[in-house]
Design a protein around this ligand. Structure first.
Ligand code: DP6
Length: 396
């Protein structure tokens, strides 16, 4: 019997112009109130991996996420991605009698992240990008990455940008049916290989407001968001695209930090206010600001949680790591890019750095630091080697 199965992996992305706000009249289509732009980070450090099998032996659609079975029906966004891709496959099968009829078969979906979801990293972006990419492989859909991004967007907005590697814009679009609200690649990962990122996983016991709920409340209540949508983001998108094309790090960094600040300002302007940054996040802002006092050498950015991502050219990474190690002892470091191996004196703090700008935090305040870089989009993996389902169609 032929096996219909595909296994893929997909990356996370971290926005430098943030998506925050959904069109309240188009909630099911998940259309944003502004365009956004992100950098796709290497799957060698962070990725989601998904196997999907279609079989006449399966009696229902089933889903396993990070080892636990979850209900598909309860997950409306997943149902949407499934419905859209199945409908496309069904219309291909209608037109071509030679195609195997798999659109009507039940499927088993098994997906896992190689990083803890609880770390608050962008798991919905890589997760939905991976789901949609794997469905497209399974059903052999003749769609390009932008077409697929329209489907992934309906799973999670930020997921549409993980359909590409490198530097990716999500154009908000203007059509009522959302058919032009899609991701496009601004530049591939090979364009600016010098740009790297340091991800700081900050300890935080509190469960923050989810992005979905948070941004709906912001749209309802924040006057500042309207200013951001109309007067700030359109120009900032253009400036950011130019900075990336020119590999102009100071401009890229300036825009990135201002956009992160404005996103958190808009959260504070939401009523009741939403707080994502904590004392450690604010200390990281101070450290980067002091480090930049004689010229911009690094950029911080924060999503819907206290974790920081610091973008910087490769040559500054050892100094940045030395600063983070000074203020945040007791973290675990992912050195898969060989930073410590290649730098003889990683513990030297930069000259002229005024260490009094922040206290040294207690052990483990930053749990983990990952060094990574811009990299490619979703990958097709060999099922025999990487597949997550056993011969019975259950998680291995
Ligand atoms: C702060 O993509 O998680 O990370 O569309 O509701 O799933 P949903 O939201 P999500 O929001 C991400 C918001 C952000 C900024 C960004 O990635 O642009």
């Amino acid at each position: 019997m032929t096996i219909f199965e595909a296994t893929c992996s997909a990356p996370v992305n971290i926005a430098v112009v943030k998506y925050w706000g959904k069109n309240p009249e188009k909630i099911a289509l998940n259309l944003p109130t502004n365009s956004s732009l992100s950098v796709t980070l290497s799957q060698d450090q962070l990725h989601s991996k998904t196997t999907i099998r279609a079989s006449a032996d399966f009696t229902s659609d089933r889903l396993w996420l990070n080892g636990h079975e979850e209900s598909i029906e309860k997950n409306k966004r997943l149902v949407t991605c499934l419905r859209e891709t199945r409908a496309l496959r069904a219309s291909m099968e209608d037109k071509d009698a030679a195609l195997p009829k798999i659109s009507g078969l039940n499927i088993h979906v098994c997906s896992e992240n190689n990083f803890p979801t609880a770390a608050g990293l962008a798991s919905s972006a890589s997760g939905y990008a991976c789901l949609v990419y794997t469905l497209a492989q399974l059903f052999q859909l003749p769609l390009d990455a932008s077409d697929l991004s329209i489907i992934a967007r309906q799973g999670s907005g930020s997921a549409c940008r993980s359909m590409f590697g490198g530097f990716v814009a999500w154009e908000m679009g203007s059509k009522d049916d959302g058919s032009d609200s899609k991701a496009v690649q601004i530049a591939p990962e090979t364009h600016w290989p010098d740009l790297q990122a340091m991800i700081c996983v900050v300890s935080d016991a509190k469960k923050g407001t989810s992005s979905t709920e948070g941004m709906q409340l912001t749209v309802k209540t924040s006057a500042l968001l309207q200013h951001r949508i109309k007067d700030v983001v359109p120009k900032r998108m253009e400036e950011m695209i130019k900075a990336i094309q020119d590999k102009d790090f100071p401009t890229f960094a300036d825009l990135t930090m201002k956009d992160s600040n404005q996103f958190h300002a808009v959260c504070l302007d939401t009523y009741p206010p939403i707080f994502y940054l904590n004392d450690i996040s604010r200390a990281i802002i101070r450290i980067v600001t002091e480090y930049n006092k004689d010229g911009i050498k690094a950029a911080y950015t924060f999503d819907a949680g206290p974790n920081a991502v610091i973008y910087a050219p490769e040559k500054n990474m050892a100094e940045i790591y030395a600063l983070l190690s000074h203020y945040f002892p007791g973290h675990q470091f992912d050195d898969s890019l060989g930073l410590l191996k290649n730098n003889a004196a990683p513990s030297a703090l930069p000259q002229n750095f005024d260490t009094r700008i922040s206290p040294v935090f207690e052990q483990g305040s930053v749990k983990q630091i990952l060094h990574t870089k811009a990299d490619d989009g979703p990958r097709v993996l060999e099922t025999a080697k990487h597949g997550l389902l056993n011969p019975e169609g259950l998680p291995k």
